[in-house]
Design a protein around this ligand. Sequence first.
Ligand SMILES: NC(=O)CC[C@H](N)C(=O)O
Length: 425
Amino acid sequence: MGDRPADVRSLLLLFPDLHGGLRGKMVEPRVVDEQARTAGLPTTDLLLAVDPRDEPITTLPTMGLNGGAKDLLLRPDPATLRPVPWFPDAALLLGDLHETGGLPCEVSPRQVLRRALDALAGQGIAVRAAFEFEFRLFREGGWEPASSGLSYSPLTLSEVAEFVGTLRSYADALRLGLSVVHAEGAPGLIEVNVDPQDGLAAADTAALLRLAAAEAARRHGLRASFLAKPFAQQEGSSAHVHFSLWDDTGANVLRSAAADPDDETYRRVAWGVLANLPALSLIYNPTINSYKRLVPGYFAPVRASCGTDDRSFAVRALLRGSSSSRFELRRPGADCNPYLTLAAIAASIHFGLTERSIPDRRALDRYDEPLPASLESAIVEFRRRDAGVDKVLGAGFCDHYLRTREWELHAWQNTVTEWERERYS
Ligand SMILES: NC(=O)CC[C@H](N)C(=O)O
């Protein structure tokens, strides 16, 4: 399968789970070749039906535990083949999950993204994107930060120089297009930037970057954490998404927006993303902890707002000429699933492009609505999602995803913390 170098002895076959991580197994190349000729490699659907602690979610009607942990078939995507630098003589492939009958598995995040990108392609639009991840480096086994926290300080960055070197070499081998690494304003907080890529590849890169950071950290006795808010009084970790849109002629659809304040495409895209931010926060901010990042004072947006070049907006427009004009969505946390996040953005853009009436630029610039401040209210908003967005993401996926978030909320509601015991006794 693909142009596999002769020295590759095994293949790491991976697919994204619901929580933003990758799962899979190491497989002999001959098995992949045989299975690729047939339907795919059997993998249990339980892997899309467990919570972040790997406990089976018992409230899903047909998947995982309640459906007998049925088989799905993992079909490697040959375009994703690349060396995997931390396993000798191995390469990795990302794959897509299918039902045993052959249909795409509708709750598989890579399939959800494919479906949303296809819907946009139906409108003549292709998305390019880049995730800007922040993450924290802690010493292994605890919460002691691996560096001080002076923003953009070369001295802070060099405290983790060996980690940065390993990450860079992993990113090179994995062809992630790593472009910038810098220290951010909290102890152990690092930000990494990558080059923009086509939609599916951008999500693959984001998922692999998280994996590479975790592997590189481990090599140096560290732990890379993508928890959105490890400490209440310190800056949280974001996953800002920069995205640009390209038409069938290969032109940037925002090319006229800088000169024309009432540019219709600008308004459609901005409105699509803004109007659906409350409902889709559940995807951008999937856990109890996500909402602890979304508080005033940390450049993490708490309201739906949009404008040019201002980091306090949830949607920041960067109108910089015909090739680099783009939007930045600042709401997602480092804990988001990049596939689902990009699918939610694509579904929002689809909404904007197909809406009958769109606010004018003045109304958009003044738009300033509150966003969910807790997982509980995000669940309420998600239940009110637009019917078109539900269709683009897939009704089966939306129902499944909602149940997994309700599971998280219940897990939290069934927990009594030390803080409560001390404060209220
Ligand atoms: N780099 C920045 O703009 C800071 C973002 C901030 N750390 C957040 O959580 O959103």
